[in-house]
Design a protein around this ligand. Structure first.
Ligand SMILES: *Cc1c(COP(=O)(O)O)cnc(C)c1O
Length: 459
């Protein structure tokens, strides 16, 4: 390993564009030799070469870029080429990569130690901040991943209601805990079936799957069994961005109340991204429990679940419902998360206005360039989360999303990469815009998109 590859110093921070910055390499010649060699090595010892399947380029072809460094809105690949980044580590990097406030907080904590297995003041401050931002949170517990947060929220909901069944929505992702890896196809009857081998059918049968934006289907699920909780992504991003339609959420908040089922807002992606007060603040809905992750960890492994005092009080050591973690509330992760959230709090509504403006600018750029090249495209967006679906009609559910032209997306993706713009390598993901994305970053993406849609039109 060359030492300087790990350092961010080789990254330029100006916004002139990645092409032409690396001294003489014409941007149109794409050679990812180092990434390819690393992938070969990786595949010998890591399943599929990646530690999370979404990082593989299976849906778009080619090899994933290995990243050597990142700063602001840019990532440097292993061949030392700079790209504009719309992956943003899949959501956490809302201030951009290597934000000075976050790095300083990490450095300061490092000097004091990296893990104690005992409570710290920082954890209290982070919990207080979460409760301040999201009034539905009375008690909150820190964990290390969104998966853990959702899994634990379900457990405590089941303990509280003394019921086994849960309702989730098709196309929504809540991490990879057994009960939640159930997707169920269109013909799904009342009971789900596991969508991953390895999930016992006996467990999956307690997971009922409803269609997003379909109140009647939610009713059907709630009538079919005593339901402990309905879990949902309030602005789904894991099938691409598919916001709830007017009245949908309001409709079933009263329904869950009537049926005695808890409402779990999985805000792992939306929390502190769509607004300081989360999706629940924007939607004016008070869930019983909330899951947080991604942005709250400042780029380190940290997540949380919290909510009603009477429900959360069932957790050990207060109550009998067990949940634990050796590295839960890890001081380095908490320091990073707290620094990122404090910075967002300091910037206030202006930060979210800026994210909205950048998001709108990118949406316009994609819509206009696609139109100019006569490529059917539907851009769906919530603030700084955005998905361009390669189809014409509005996407309201997973069924609709599944109609997108994924082959076209793959052509688009590769062409964008050629122009040094990195996107999530799947049609069904949300792009993440950060406060480090400048107007000219978006203009650059616009030029790249014009080129990419041209290729799509010909493909
Ligand atoms: C990313 C995500 C998760 C899972 O979080 P991990 O930290 O990857 O385990 C859960 N729910 C939603 C909505 C997510 O976007």
């Amino acid at each position: 390993m060359q030492k300087n590859r790990g350092s961010g110093r080789t990254l330029s921070s100006n916004a002139r564009g990645p092409g032409g910055m690396r001294g003489g390499i014409p941007p149109q010649i794409v050679t990812h030799e180092t990434s390819r060699a690393l992938m070969e090595r990786a595949c010998r010892v890591i399943p599929g070469g990646v530690n999370s399947p979404v990082r593989a380029y299976k849906a778009v072809g080619g090899q994933p870029l290995f990243i050597a460094a990142a700063r602001g809105a840019r990532v440097l690949d292993a061949d030392l080429r700079e790209h504009v980044d719309f992956v943003g580590s899949w959501g956490p990097m809302i201030l951009g990569h290597g934000s000075p406030v976050v790095l300083e907080a990490i450095h300061a904590q490092l000097a004091r130690g990296t893990s104690y297995g005992a409570p710290t003041e920082l954890e209290v401050e982070l919990a207080e901040l979460m409760a301040r931002a999201l009034p539905s949170i009375e008690l909150v517990r820190l964990v290390s991943s969104g998966t853990e947060a959702c899994m634990s929220a379900l457990r405590v909901a089941r303990a509280f209601t003394k019921r086994d069944a849960i309702v989730k929505f098709e196309g929504h992702y809540h991490g990879h805990a057994d009960s939640l890896l159930v997707k169920a196809g269109s013909g799904a009857a009342t009971f789900g079936h596991p969508s991953s081998p390895g999930v016992p059918g006996d467990l999956a049968k307690h997971t009922l799957v409803a269609r997003w934006n379909d109140l009647a289907d939610v009713k059907r699920c709630l009538d079919s069994a005593p339901v402990a909780a309905v879990i949902l992504e309030p602005f789904p991003g894991n099938m691409g961005v598919v916001p709830p339609e007017k009245g949908f959420l309001e409709g079933f908040r009263s329904l869950t109340k009537k049926k005695g089922a808890l409402l779990i807002y999985d805000e792992v992606m939306t929390g502190f991204r769509v607004a300081w007060e989360g999706a629940q603040g924007l939607q004016k809905i008070e869930p019983d429990l909330t899951c947080l992750g991604k942005v709250v960890g400042g780029g380190l492994p940290l997540a949380a679940f919290g909510g009603r005092r009477d429900v959360m009080s069932l957790l050990a050591p207060l109550g009998p419902c067990y949940q634990a973690g050796t590295l839960s509330g890890n001081p380095v992760a908490v320091a990073a998360g707290l620094a990122q959230l404090r910075e967002l709090e300091r910037r206030g509504p202006a930060a979210y206005a800026e994210l909205e403006e950048r998001g709108a600018q990118l949406e316009r750029a994609l819509v206009e360039t696609a139109k100019a090249k006569k490529v059917p495209l539907r851009v769906q967006r919530q603030g700084s989360m955005l998905t361009p679906f390669f189809l014409e009609a509005r996407v309201r559910s997973w069924d609709d999303a599944a109609k997108a032209d994924t082959k076209r997306f793959a052509v688009f993706f590769q062409a964008m990469l050629e122009k040094r713009v990195v996107l999530p390598p799947s049609q069904f993901e949300a792009w993440s815009i950060s406060l480090a994305h400048t107007r000219s970053d978006i203009e650059l993406a616009r030029d790249a998109a014009a080129f990419a849609f041209e290729k799509c039109a010909k493909a």
